[in-house]
Every structure is written in C-alpha cells, then in structure tokens.
Design a protein around this ligand. Structure first.
Ligand code: MG
Ligand code: MG
Length: 256
C-alpha cells in the first residue's frame, strides 16, 4: 500500500546544476520552436524539430513513449488545454499554441511549457496568455523555503480568478528529477491542505493551466488531449524550479 505522505527526492547543489544543464537545452529548444510556430506549419513538423534539436544536444525527448505518448512535445491549440498529440493539424493565424516539452540529459529531466500567440488574437485571448504567464511567476515567487505547496496554488488561483479566468484543477504540477513526475503534486488552486513544506533541494514543475471561461475540462477519445468544456481557449506556462536558500531558481529559462 502506498503511503499517504509520498517521499520527496531532494537534490544537492551538484544535482541541481545537472538539472539546469537539462533545462538549458529545453529552454533553447523552446526558443527555436518559437521561431517556427507560424501559420502553415503542422504540429508534427514542430514536434520533429524539437526531437532533432534535443537529440543533437545530447538529450533524449522525455515525453516520447512516456505512458505510450507518441510525440516529443505536447502541442495544444486554442480550446485544447494540454497533452495535444502532434499530427497533421496546421497552425493558423489567430491560434494560441501551447507547447509542452521535456528533456532528459544525463539522466536528469526538465519540463517546461510556453503558449505562443500566432498573429492577431482578440484582446481577451491576449490577456488570458499574459495572465497565465503572470500566474506562473506569482507561483514561482512562493517557491521559497518555509512556505507550503498550498501557497503556490493560492497565488496562482487568486490572480487567475481576479482576472475572471478559470483554473484547471484535474491536472497539477509535480516534483521533477530523475523522473518527470515525482512527489509532491503541485496544484494550481487552493486544495485546502498545506501539503509539503518547501525545503532547499526540492525541485518542482509549476504549471498553471488557465481557461478563458469555465475551469472544467474533459479528455478526448484519443486518450490524451484535454479540452475546455465550453470550448473557449486555454493557456499553459511551466517552469522547472529548484527551491534554494537564496530563493526560487528557475532551471528552464536559459538564464544563470
Ligand atoms: Mg510539461
Ligand atoms: Mg509538467
């Protein structure tokens, strides 16, 4: 039987440095994808670019084959929230495109997502993307020793709901390390429990998924893609973050 209190795998400074190297490849991969996320390209073509980039930098695409997933990226357009499968779908003017990707480098995983605005979108959609990114950084600001997991979700939820948006609840952030998904879970809302106390050496993926309309989502019959129940757009930003005595250290932004 599994314990109710899941064991957190703490990382030492050297291990966090190795995770940062993985995150640097991932950040550069996202920068490259941003250049190609334009009208006319298919999500499968973007996925191939990501796979080739990761492998040419000595990494392995973490998502490929994970639970049977067929891509190196999850690409989720407009009302698709997360876990979109790369395929023949063509990106067009006015889309918002969430790309989630993971890199395994020398056995260490990094996980990060960005939402791209393609051309002109309605003002409320642009605001959704901006607010979701702000939610991520407000969540990251809570990732300091002595706080609790709950503090992250409270900050994310408040900013999203103050702006009239819905916070996805059935999908959450997570610990990251040698595996993509480690304890603890990191909800983007106030789940009512303090959860783990944040300590130096924890590494977590914080990943708000914020909807223009209802927070409710459902999964498509492909067994992967989540969409919003009201078919309104959804945005997603994610960073892998180490908790250090100097504060949160983002491992997937390409900065020192
Ligand atoms: Mg991710
Ligand atoms: Mg994640």
């Amino acid at each position: 039987m599994r314990s109710l209190v899941e064991k957190v795998h703490y990382k030492d400074e050297h291990e966090i440095e190795l995770m940062k190297k993985s995150g640097d490849v991932l950040s550069a991969c996202h920068d490259m994808l941003a250049q190609h996320c334009k009208p006319g390209i298919t999500t499968k073509e973007l996925d191939k670019l990501a796979e080739d980039f990761i492998r040419s930098h000595g990494g392995v695409p973490t998502f490929l084959g994970y639970g049977g997933f067929p891509g190196s990226t999850c690409i989720s357009i407009n009302e698709e929230v997360v876990h979109g499968i790369p395929g023949p779908k063509v990106i067009k003017e006015g889309d918002i495109v969430s790309i989630d990707c993971g890199v395994t480098l020398k056995g260490w995983v990094s996980d990060s997502a960005r939402t791209h605005i393609v051309g002109e979108v309605p003002e409320e959609v642009r605001r959704l993307v901006d607010v979701t990114k702000e939610c991520l950084f407000l969540g990251i600001a809570q990732a300091v020793p002595g706080n609790f997991i709950r503090d992250i979700g409270v900050a994310v939820q408040k900013h999203a709901e103050d702006n009239g948006f819905g916070v996805v609840k059935v999908l959450v952030g997570h610990g990251v390390g040698r595996k993509m998904h480690e304890p603890p879970q990191v909800p983007n809302y106030d789940c009512g429990l303090k959860g783990h106390i944040l300590k130096e050496g924890m590494v977590i993926a914080i990943e708000p998924m914020i909807n223009l309309g209802t927070w409710r989502v459902r999964q498509l019959n492909d067994g992967w893609t989540y969409i919003t129940e009201d078919k309104k757009p959804s945005a997603h930003f994610e960073h892998t973050v180490a908790i250090t005595k100097k504060g949160p250290k983002i491992l997937t932004n390409g900065l020192d």
